[in-house]
Design a protein around this ligand. Structure first.
Ligand SMILES: [Mg+2]
Length: 317
């Protein structure tokens, strides 16, 4: 059994600033750990408790200390990810960070007019882009129907338009729009237990919140619903694990949300996007010391690892 001493043997905290605020954060703190298998990442968002963070730790431990999954391919096509920004110049600037992307995932919120304007701007910039919307569960069924009824034919899918399974099922009865589930899986204490029939057309699989490549792959096999591999604003180290998952899934070809590294001012490594694709590769992080955080923050993160490790150990039993 792995010990905390082994986790902390080669443990680093890195702060990565974002070019533009994303999901309400302007920077990420990311703990990186090195083990015999390579580098792993532990980077639950700051507000997550130890129960939610335990899956993130499991993913980091798997990467650093676990076995590698056999791969089916060596490059992955990606989608652009557009934060909730509105002026054309900023949207153009962000979209230019994803050369060759054929799909864009647009974050949308509660203001219908703003959402429609954002979508229209993206289409003006490139009318061929396939469009996904990500609502992060913030609409009621009524709002979802109202927001989607005029644009349902223009989108590939809407990701988590409402938060609960019942709401999504009710929405599906009202409007024929493909639905992807994300929070429903990754915020669930037992994500294998859901009845997703008549609800989900796509599963969004994110390695860190789902507890690692092996577990996320099992989820794809369990549900037999088309998947889209995505990420949780990890550093290039965490993104490597997302690439591993996308490369390990049989018959997988959807554009993946694994290009969010471009949203950072600087990262611990690079996964360059060439013609809309990223090569599957591991990262040897650079600039760890230059990025050094205060002793207080390192201690806070070590405490967080300890608390999450308790939960992780119970899950392993
Ligand atoms: Mg999402």
């Amino acid at each position: 059994m792995l010990t905390l001493e082994e986790i902390f043997k080669d443990f680093h905290l890195v702060k990565l600033n974002l070019k533009t605020p994303f999901r309400g954060v302007s920077y990420r703190e990311v703990a990186l750990l090195k083990g015999p298998s390579g580098w792993g990442e532990f980077s639950p968002f700051l507000e997550y408790d130890q129960y939610e963070s335990a899956s993130w730790l499991a993913a980091g431990i798997e990467a650093a200390f676990g076995d590698q999954t056999p791969l089916e391919r060596d490059e992955i096509s990606i989608n652009a990810t557009l934060p909730a920004i509105n002026d054309r110049e900023s949207i153009e600037k962000i979209m230019a960070l994803y050369p060759g992307a054929k799909t864009v995932k647009i974050k949308v919120g509660n203001d219908k007019k703003v959402n429609l304007a954002r979508i229209a701007t993206v289409k003006e910039i490139d009318s061929d882009l396939k469009i996904r919307l990500d609502v992060n569960g913030s609409w009621s069924v009524e709002e979802a129907v109202d927001n989607l009824k005029d644009i349902q034919d223009q989108i590939e899918y809407v990701e988590q338009p409402c938060s609960s399974l019942d709401e999504l099922r009710a929405l599906k009865r009202r409007i024929d729009v493909p639905i992807a589930v994300d929070e429903l899986l990754r915020k669930n204490s037992d994500p294998f237990s859901l009845n997703l029939e008549d609800v989900a057309d796509f599963l969004v699989l994110k390695v860190s919140p789902l507890g690692g490549v092996t577990r996320a792959k099992k989820m794809a096999e369990h549900y037999q619903i088309p998947v889209v591999v995505s990420s949780a604003l990890e550093s290039a180290v965490g993104i490597s694990q997302g690439l591993q998952l996308a490369a390990a899934l049989k018959g997988y070809s959807n554009d993946s949300g694994l290009a969010t590294g471009v949203l950072f001012e600087s990262d611990v490594g690079a996964h360059p996007i060439i013609a809309g694709k990223i090569r599957v590769s591991m990262i040897e992080p650079i600039g760890l010391l230059a990025n050094s955080c205060s002793v207080d923050r390192i201690e806070w993160w070590q405490r967080r690892v300890k608390d999450s490790f308790e939960i992780y150990r119970k899950l392993c039993k």
